[in-house]
Design a protein around this ligand. Structure first.
Ligand code: FES
Length: 162
């Protein structure tokens, strides 16, 4: 049996999907799939077609964490910032990554090969500290010394080298 609050959230989801907001989210999702991110010009175009303002479109897009407004790399490296990874040296791994890639967390290398991000616990705390590449490959029991090799491997799959 659903609680009152749960019923309310389902109601909200249903009205979102039925209304313009649902259409907008679907359009944003498909645009991001095609372009890799949501450039302002694309959002302007979407706003025009759906008869919304740019700020309405941006407001919805920025509410959801999975929409990105800057170009992202072919490889998305996510260093786990969960508690177990943090306690076991995740921050040092992130710092080394930033230094070796020459970018800060949240940024993308100039050749758009790698984007560096952090993520909450990915559920592999026994292997902490960990990082993932494109949400598929997992590297565990990391130390800053391993960073060079990981970057080389990430970049070699992209066809470039450190
Ligand atoms: S805290 Fe990093 S995998 Fe759980």
């Amino acid at each position: 049996m659903l609680q009152q609050e749960e019923i309310k959230s389902i109601d909200t989801i249903l009205s979102d999907v039925k209304g313009q907001r649902g259409i907008l989210i679907a359009v944003l999702q498909r645009s991001q799939e095609k372009l890799g991110y949501l450039p302002e010009d694309a959002m302007k175009m979407i706003a025009e077609q759906l008869k919304l303002s740019l700020s309405q479109v941006y407001g919805v897009a920025s509410f959801y964490k999975h929409f990105h407004f800057k170009p992202r790399g072919k490889k998305i490296v996510k260093v786990c910032a969960g508690t177990a990874c943090h306690v076991r040296g995740g921050k040092a791994v992130l710092t080394e990554m930033e230094s070796k890639l020459g970018i800060k967390e949240g940024e993308t290398t100039a050749d758009r090969a790698v984007t560096l991000e952090t993520v909450g616990c990915v559920g592999c705390c026994a292997l902490a500290p960990v990082l993932t590449v494109n949400d598929q490959d997992l590297y565990g029991e990391l130390t800053p010394k391993m960073v060079d090799d990981i970057i080389a491997s990430v970049r070699s799959e992209h066809g470039t080298h450190v």
